[in-house]
Every structure is written in C-alpha cells, then in structure tokens.
Design a protein around this ligand. Structure first.
Ligand code: 5RP
Length: 254
C-alpha cells in the first residue's frame, strides 16, 4: 500500500482545533459577561457581534438580564436584535450608552481599529463614540502591527454625489506617501452596482500595500476635511478593551 488506510496514531490523537467561528463566539460570550441589567447597550454589526446578540437574547429569555435597551449600529443588527427579543431604542432617546460590544476588521497594538467591512462604520462610530465603555471582540486573525496592514480594505463612507471626485481626492492624500489603491465598493461580486450603506451613501475602499505609516490623527483630519466624505473606518483610541480569542485561549488587551 502506498498510503496507510488509517492515519498514524499521532494524527489521530491530535487535539481538535477551534474553528474561527467558535473563536468569535468565545470572545462574544466573554464580552456579554460585562452586560448588567438596566444597561443601555450599543449593538455591533458583523458575524462576531451576531454571537453577542444571540447570547444577550438568550440571557433575557432566561430572566438573567432585565431592562436592557439596545441601540443597533445597522438595519441588519436591528432586525437580528428584534428577532432575539432585545428591546430597541436610538441615540435621540439615549444619547449616553453604557456599553457597546462590536467586532473589528483590524486591531493594532495601541487598540486602534479598522471597522466597516460590513459597511456600518458611520453608525458604529456614532454609537461607540457615545459609549462609556466600548469592548471590541475579535479572533486572533484581526491583530495587525499597523492599521491598513492586513491588505484588506480601510473603508471611507462618501456621499453618492460626485463620488468620483471624492475618491480621486482620497487617493491624492496618499500619493508620495503610502502605496494605496482606491476602489468603489460594489453591491456584490456579481453585481456591479455600488454598495449602498444604511445612510444611503457609497463606500470607497482603500487598500494599502504595507499599512498606514503616518500619524493616524493627522490622516483622520485630512480625510474628514474632504467635502463629500461622511466618515472613515479608522477608530482611533475609542476601544476601552479588546477581547481576543485565539487557539491558545482568550486574552484581553487594554
Ligand atoms: C461592520 C464592522 C464589523 O464589526 C467588522 O467588519 C467585523 O466583522 P466580523 O465580525 O464579521 O469579522 O465593522 O461594519
């Protein structure tokens, strides 16, 4: 026989490894332990935050949590939270949020984040910026040395009017500094129409060859000064802590 019929005993005895989805769930459940009855909660968007919504709904149904009000960061989260029985409100009624729990696309060693691959960055930044405590939940694949360093998108929400001009100005910010490519986000791989956010805006995705090297506050000011930009997905100094689930366990960055 060229190949053994059974795997060698060492492979058979290898410990099963957790899937990325299980890691996300682990981080989410740890964050939900911080939720107390009576809190106003910022409800994040994305596959990791979805596990937190499910857990909060479960605890409400079991009577272990009461009098929670959730402020959803997207229409998708609004529908999910309603489906699992989380009472909802908005920033008008609750301008101060006790605790927000949300995922992220990138986390750097200073706890700066990239968010918005799901397209909800504007509402996320408003709600998480109004929070006394903002806890980020990620699996270890989201950790980067430098913002923009994963090679994945750094999103910028722009108004549809004149988006080509706005995208050109965004790209111009990086010429001579970081190697950057700018692309209008599409609705789907097989759908060439622009992706439209819950606010009726478009998203320009910025891709960096080797991350962003300049001061993030300076860059944030430069981006926000471009007329036509609604918000960008770099969250600087907003996270109170980051719960990271990895194959070796859960750690907290503060
Ligand atoms: C949505 C976001 C998400 O939090 C971010 O994209 C992470 O998503 P996921 O938990 O699915 O990896 O910012 O706008």
């Amino acid at each position: 026989l060229l190949f053994p019929e059974k795997p060698p005993s060492s492979a058979a005895a290898a410990a099963p490894t957790m899937s990325q989805e299980e890691l996300k769930k682990k981080a989410a459940h740890q964050a939900v332990e911080l939720v107390e009855s009576g809190m106003v909660l910022g409800l994040g968007t994305g596959s990791t935050a979805a596990h937190a919504l499910d857990r909060i709904g479960e605890l409400l149904r079991q009577g272990k949590l009461r009098d929670i009000v959730g402020i959803p960061t997207s229409k998708k989260t609004e529908a999910h939270a309603a489906a699992v029985g989380i009472p909802l409100s908005d920033l008008g009624a609750h301008p101060v949020v006790d605790l927000s729990i949300d995922g992220a696309d990138e986390v750097d060693p200073e706890l700066n984040l990239v968010k918005g691959r799901g397209g909800s960055l504007l509402r996320e930044k408003m709600i998480e910026g109004a929070s006394r405590r903002f806890v980020v939940i990620v699996d270890e694949t989201k950790l980067v040395e430098r913002i923009g360093g994963s090679g994945l998108a750094v999103p910028v929400e722009v108004v549809p009017f004149g988006w080509q001009l706005t995208m050109g100005r965004l790209k111009g910010l990086f010429e001579g500094y970081e190697a950057c490519e700018a692309r209008l986000r599409r609705a789907a791989a097989a759908d060439d129409r622009p992706f439209v956010t819950d606010n009726g805006n478009y998203v320009v995705d910025l891709y960096f060859e080797d991350g962003i090297r300049r001061d993030l506050h300076l860059l944030s000011d430069q981006i926000l000064r471009i007329t036509g930009v609604a918000e960008h997905g770099v969250f600087i100094g907003m996270a109170s802590s980051v719960i990271v689930a990895g194959r070796d366990g859960v750690s907290v960055m503060e």
